[in-house]
Write a protein that binds this ligand. Structure first.
Ligand code: AMP
Ligand code: ZN
Length: 510
């Protein structure tokens, strides 16, 4: 659209690189999805907000996007290296102990739906395909058979990948060397500590709820194998970008790369150095001081907890966008509160513009797409719009600088000399990348909702607004005693009446 090239940070080279697609005009992206043994916490959801912004940016830059996100419903152990139990099997055993009639398949389905609800609430676009690991087991076996002879060996517990058989193992992680420094060497007989299971056979005398026959015995695929197979099957090797949280840079992705190298090399598909994807991108962590991110702590930080406390889920999306994806982001309730206010200011400006502007000026954007900035003949208004599009494009093209992109949008909305219709167009266009639903969101919907208060104190929005109507009526009749007593009653119930609030909120929960 504009001439600014898209630069992305490639964890493989630890540097910013200009994005050049494998297939002209296309962008093929694979994102490591959730393990559906429990609800995702908001840190997990940061990984998908990041992948969504990446996808939206690729679409904005004009690439035809094919995005795949997987659902891991088998094979992810409690430790990312080869130790521990399968997270799904453990959850199912726990359910059984608690007397719940839930099969492992029910558990997977329940948490997949819960994850999808969060995806929707955060306005993360639907990928072209969700790949579910258990749907790909035959392809996983086939992939493993293809590399077994040259790159693997069998132990009693399964088929293991020998990391010394591929060049440069662990180059993505850097810190991890072939001898697996820092890894847990949990399995007897491994040739190198960093070797990992690509197929785990069910120990004699045990049964798993999820198991399949294979040339290496009945068992289940390894987690690393799953992602190699699903990404290659849907996107074809090599594809453009593989994403995940920064923890995956250390074990999961180096292991995927090792398998991809083995597979591509064995099948003569590409250079042996090929890692399966050109770019490997990682979001940094969301951190929280009190330990509420841990899924083993009773009430952990799920998106639903934020919603229950009355926050609009898009406030969390905005919180993610306010930080660069490669920076650590600290979560706090105060921070979320400040973010809601900022989002509300944005929503309020756009809401006002919607009232003033009869139409949008999308033609400027369309012309820009067709002709580039310098070829567009425009009015002063159109110039301002074209200028902000260019500025915004520069920001997101610089490794997805969303914090700057938001500031650019806010600055543009304040430009009183630009017509409401151009400002509205700007907001709607830039929101194609930000995904804050600025076209429809209203400041009222961002008000802290009394969901908890409804349960605890029997308050409803309708009732609060009725009291405020009564109070307005009393004021108009100059019955200040009544209006004050209504305010005091509301205060006692935890509803703060906000007279003269510049943001136009009439009340909030205190
Ligand atoms: P999992 O369901 O454990 O496979 O994790 C799903 C995604 O969340 C992966 O991409 C992880 O790297 C990512 N992730 C896990 N914890 C955090 C966190 N605290 N902040 C950001 N991303 C995370
Ligand atoms: Zn993965």
């Amino acid at each position: 659209m504009t001439d600014t090239p898209l630069k992305l940070f490639n964890s493989l080279t630890r540097s910013l690189e200009v994005f050049a697609p494998v297939h002209a005009g296309e962008a093929r992206v694979y994102t490591c999805g959730p393990t559906v043994y429990n609800y995702p916490h908001i840190g997990n959801m940061r990984a998908y907000v990041f992948a969504d912004v990446l996808g939206r940016t690729l679409s904005w830059k004009g690439y035809k996007l094919t995005h795949v996100i997987n659902i891991t419903d088998v094979g992810h152990l409690t430790d990312d290296a080869d130790a521990g139990e399968d997270k799904m099997e453990r959850m199912a055993a726990q359910a059984k102990k608690e007397g719940k009639a839930q099969s492992i398949w029910d558990i997977a389905e329940h948490y997949k739906q819960a994850y999808w609800a969060d995806v929707k609430a955060l306005n993360i676009r639907q990928p072209a395909q969700w790949t579910v690991a258990t749907d790909y087991v035959p392809q996983m076996i086939e992939f493993a058979q293809g590399i077994a002879e040259t790159h693997c060996y069998e132990l009693e517990s399964g088929l293991y990948f020998d990391v010394s058989t591929v060049a440069d193992y662990g180059r993505l992680a850097r810190a991890v060397t072939e001898d697996g420094e820092g890894r847990i060497d949990a399995v007897d007989g491994k040739r190198n500590p960093a070797d990992f299971a690509i197929w785990r056979t069910t120990p004699p005398g045990e049964t798993r709820q999820m198991e399949w026959d294979s040339p290496w015995g009945r068992g289940a695929p390894g987690w690393h194998l799953e992602c190699s197979v699903m990404s290659g099957a849907v996107l074809g090797f090599p594809f453009d970008i593989h994403t995940g949280g920064i923890d995956h840079r250390e074990i999961h992705h180096p292991n995927e790369i090792a398998q991809n190298q083995a597979h591509c090399c064995t099948n003569g598909l590409d250079d042996p150095k090929n890692s399966g994807a050109r770019f490997w991108m990682h979001n940094n962590f969301l951190v929280e001081r009190s330990g509420k991110m841990s899924k083993s702590s009773g009430e952990f930080l799920r998106l639903q907890l934020l919603i229950d406390r009355g926050y609009h889920p898009l406030a969390y999306r905005m919180m993610c966008l306010q930080a660069h994806y490669r920076s650590e982001l600290e979560f706090s309730w105060e921070g979320l509160e400040a973010t809601v206010t900022r989002l509300k200011r944005l929503a309020m400006s756009v809401e006002n513009l919607r009232k003033q502007a009869p139409s949008t000026s999308r033609h400027v954007y369309d012309q820009l797409r067709r002709n580039g900035l310098s070829h567009v003949v425009m009015s002063a208004d159109d110039w301002a719009l074209a200028h902000v599009i260019k500025e915004f494009d520069d920001a997101i093209s610089n490794d997805l600088n969303t914090p700057l992109a938001i500031t650019i949008l806010e600055g543009f909305l304040k430009q009183k000399s630009v017509s409401p219709s151009s400002r509205l167009t700007g907001a709607i266009l830039l929101d194609e990348v930000l995904g804050l639903r600025l076209r429809t969101i209203g400041r009222k919907s961002l008000r802290k909702k009394p969901l908890r208060a409804e349960k605890d104190r029997m308050l409803t929005i309708k009732w609060i607004e009725q009291q405020l109507d009564r109070r307005r009526q009393a004021k108009s009749e100059r019955d200040f005693e009544l209006s004050d007593s209504i305010r005091d009653d509301l205060n006692r119930l935890g509803v703060e009446v906000m007279d003269g609030d510049p943001l136009g909120w009439e009340w909030k929960l205190s």
